[in-house]
Design a protein around this ligand. Structure first.
Ligand SMILES: *Cc1c(COP(=O)(O)O)cnc(C)c1O
Length: 355
């Protein structure tokens, strides 16, 4: 009876969805979620301990943590005259953007395969999603994308730069053409900026319809949930109205501030991960087809990928099977760059799993 009630009341497009699946990973080498594999140095752990013991968790957090935002503006080189808006992870910012721009009939456009939350959040808020296929090499199909923009006139366009799950950086010239051709807002999602050779941050003030979104998740703070949008205040002042007043808790605010005050530690770890990505890429290339990456993961394609994924899992090695995520990702797997030892164990387990 209650089930009929649920089915009558919950929107049908939500009933049809599968919840975002996070696999059990206890005791495994976890290379599935683009996390930074490194611990913090002891002095920073001590600093966090002090923050936690001195924090007034009986009080609501600061709804506008100015020092944290100022620190972010400095280290992320947010251009003069631009603001930042903090999110509980950048996933929340995608949701705020979709809610803000979802007029009746409005379209959210992204390319495919790309980050699945663009499509999912469009569905959550009841916005029409249009996905434009990438070229077979995962570069932008610029003509098809520009055609879709002319045809659909999307209110909101998301481009992940570098792209997830493919790892590549799109042509900056193509991205510029998309920004210039778009009648709506274009958001460049730079979740992997710390591992990439290019960024649109320096151009964010140059276009009236551009915002840049970043997260600290891939840099080593996935558990804190902190992301931000950078852009002209005329945009951010409006989006600010949709942000729930206490969306970033007091502990994430204060711990993130301490970590960003010691930003060099995280940058050094990111630098190590970038170097290890190149080593892993060379070794992986001798076994399977590897796609170019400017992120902290590698996408690769091989025969019997699903069976290999299962064998790796049985060996305690968790990566991501993308074979069912999109037709263009048939037989594709994605591995996060771990520590050198984890990468070595991954290569060994892969060799043993290839039949
Ligand atoms: C991981 C990821 C995000 C989400 O990051 P959070 O800040 O942890 O919510 C957004 N976009 C892309 C492309 C990602 O890969």
């Amino acid at each position: 009876m209650s089930s009929a009630l649920v089915h009558n009341l919950i929107r049908p497009e939500l009933l049809a969805l599968h919840a975002y699946h996070v696999p059990e990973s206890g005791g495994m080498i976890k290379l599935d979620a683009m996390e930074n594999p490194y611990h913090l140095p002891q002095f920073l752990k001590d600093e966090i301990a002090t923050i936690v013991t001195s924090c007034e968790i009986n009080r609501y957090p600061d709804p506008d943590p100015r020092e944290l935002k100022e620190r972010i503006r400095q280290i992320e080189a947010v251009p003069e005259g631009c603001d930042v808006l903090l999110g509980n992870g950048s996933d929340e910012l995608i949701q705020i953007l979709a809610m803000a721009l979802n007029r009746p009939g409005a379209v959210l456009l992204s390319v495919e395969p790309s980050f699945v939350m663009y499509r999912m959040i469009a569905t959550f808020v009841g916005m029409r999603h249009v996905g434009v296929p990438l070229s077979p090499d995962f570069s932008l199909d610029i003509e098809a994308t520009l055609d879709a923009i002319r045809r659909e006139r999307p209110a909101l366009v998301f481009l992940a730069y570098p792209n997830n799950p493919t790892g590549n950086l799109f042509s900056a010239d193509h991205v510029r053409r998309i920004i210039e051709a778009s009648p709506g807002l274009v958001v460049i999602d730079e979740a992997y900026y710390a591992f990439a050779s290019d960024s649109f941050m320096k151009h964010v003030a140059d276009y009236p319809n551009l915002l840049v979104m970043r997260t600290f998740s891939k840099l080593g703070m996935a558990g804190l949930r902190l992301g931000f949008l950078a852009g002209r205040s005329e945009w951010l002042d409006e989006l600010e109205k949709l942000r729930l007043p206490y969306n970033v808790g007091v502990l994430p605010q204060r711990v993130a501030k301490a970590l960003l005050d010691n930003h060099g530690v995280l940058l050094q770890q990111a630098d190590q991960i970038r170097k290890d990505r190149m080593i892993l890429q060379r070794e992986l290339q001798t076994l399977v087809e590897v796609y170019p990456s400017e992120a902290n993961f590698l996408l690769f394609r091989m025969e019997n990928a699903a069976a290999v994924f299962d064998k790796l899992k049985a060996r305690g090695m968790l990566i991501k099977n993308l074979g069912n995520a999109h037709p263009m990702l048939k037989d594709c797997l994605r591995v996060t760059v771990g520590t050198p030892l984890e990468c070595q164990k991954f290569i060994e387990a892969l060799q043993e799993s290839i039949v």
